[in-house]
Design a protein around this ligand. Structure first.
Ligand code: ATP
Ligand code: MG
Length: 351
């Protein structure tokens, strides 16, 4: 059985971490008796600067032919950030209607959290960020009325179908986990979108009587993820809140260098897009010190969705053992002085 993977390294450390993770994924496949075939697409900011677009016109058709996509990141100081986001990974999420952005985080070692009093596996949160609508529908505009009275409008859109499907996915995950779901909302100050969102959550909850549902306002949630991160299980939230708070939960469990994500459509057969939560990190690009673990764990999520559960576990076990071993070479974001290559070699020896 061979899985056909599109590699879309992108820019900056996106390229470094995909190049680091790929041989480890191939190694895990080899030891679990399946093959991965990879096709590499050199699309990103250099292409944008040369040809005016990140992707060629037939990019989505070509990606559609693969079983899954492993992405690094897009972003470059020479290109506006909204181009590399909206015309990059967001365009892929939209094209394939990848409405679930699954972002699990786990504390692997007490030394990885900036918080006191938490040890191995004490924090284990599965985030379900709505990924297809909301604040990121790209609807709005600017109007310059002259005389210093320019205005800008940015609209967010939530549909019943759009909310229902991601909320259902989160409830399903809660059934498989601790049976506890937190809904992050802001229905006290925003009367249309968030109030509607909460109503849909309540409707879906009726089908899941065994799941305990908690509603948290996003401001309180930001505090609680720092003060009691160990009490969360599954979390669901709108696109923008999910974007912001998953950086926070990543930080609590060791930082962006460890945080993977899966953009998926559980209903169809569109390829999932697997990528680290982090961006292209221009500040450390080219130095060979990017932490490849978020990319490796994104590969583990990809294997899991491709039905290769034991290879996914092998990758996760290697990462957990690496993180728990104070003698192993860790990258500078984790306080070590190891390089990307050192981490790859260490993980390889554990596979
Ligand atoms: P982008 O615009 O592409 O999102 P960014 O400037 O927001 O890029 P991120 O990539 O999100 O940057 O990174 C934010 C910070 O976290 C940077 O200081 C970066 O060095 C650090 N960081 C992110 N990913 C990693 C990683 N894999 N290893 C080490 N440090 C990282
Ligand atoms: Mg960023």
């Amino acid at each position: 059985m061979a899985h056909d993977i599109a590699l879309l390294p992108g820019d900056g450390i996106g390229v470094e971490v995909v190049d680091a993770a790929t041989p480890l994924l191939e190694r895990a496949a080899e030891t679990h008796d399946f093959e991965v075939e990879t096709t590499r697409y050199e699309w990103g900011s250099d292409r944008f600067l040369d040809e005016g677009s990140l992707f060629p016109d037939d990019a989505m058709d070509r990606l559609a032919d693969h079983d899954a996509i492993l992405h690094g990141a897009m972003g470059d100081p020479r290109v506006p950030d909204y181009v590399t986001s909206i015309e990059g990974p967001i365009a892929i999420r939209q094209a394939f209607d990848l409405y679930v952005n699954y972002r699990p985080v786990r504390l692997h070692d007490a030394g990885n959290t900036p918080l006191k009093g938490y040890g191995r596996n004490d924090v284990d949160i599965a985030w379900f960020r709505e990924n297809s609508e909301g604040e990121y529908v790209d609807i709005g505009g600017r109007l310059d009325r002259g005389g210093g009275s320019e205005l800008a409008i940015q609209t967010s859109v939530y549909t019943e179908k759009g909310v229902e499907r991601v909320v259902r996915a989160a409830f399903e995950a809660a059934l498989d986990r601790e049976g506890y779901l937190t809904n992050v909302t802001k229905s006290n100050a925003l009367r249309y979108g968030p109030v509607f969102w909460d109503e849909v959550v309540e409707d879906v909850a009726e089908s899941y009587p065994s799941v305990t549902l908690e509603h948290l306002l996003v401001d309180a949630a930001s505090m609680d993820f720092v003060l009691r991160p160990d009490e969360f299980d599954v979390v669901v939230g709108p696109n923008l809140f999910g974007d912001i708070l998953t950086d926070l939960t990543a930080a609590v469990t060791g930082g962006l260098g460890l945080a993977p994500s899966a953009n998926v459509n559980p209903d169809g057969d569109a390829p999932g897009l697997y990528e680290p939560v982090h961006g292209s990190a221009p500040d450390i690009a080219g130095e060979g010190v990017a932490n490849p673990i978020a990319a490796v764990l994104s590969g583990a999520l990809m294997f899991e969705d491709l039905g290769e559960e034991s290879a996914a576990d092998a990758l996760r076990d290697a990462v957990a053992a690496h993180l728990a071993d104070d003698g192993a070479p860790h990258t500078p974001d984790l306080g070590g002085d190891g390089t990307t290559a050192n981490v790859v070699a260490d993980l390889r020896s554990r596979l």
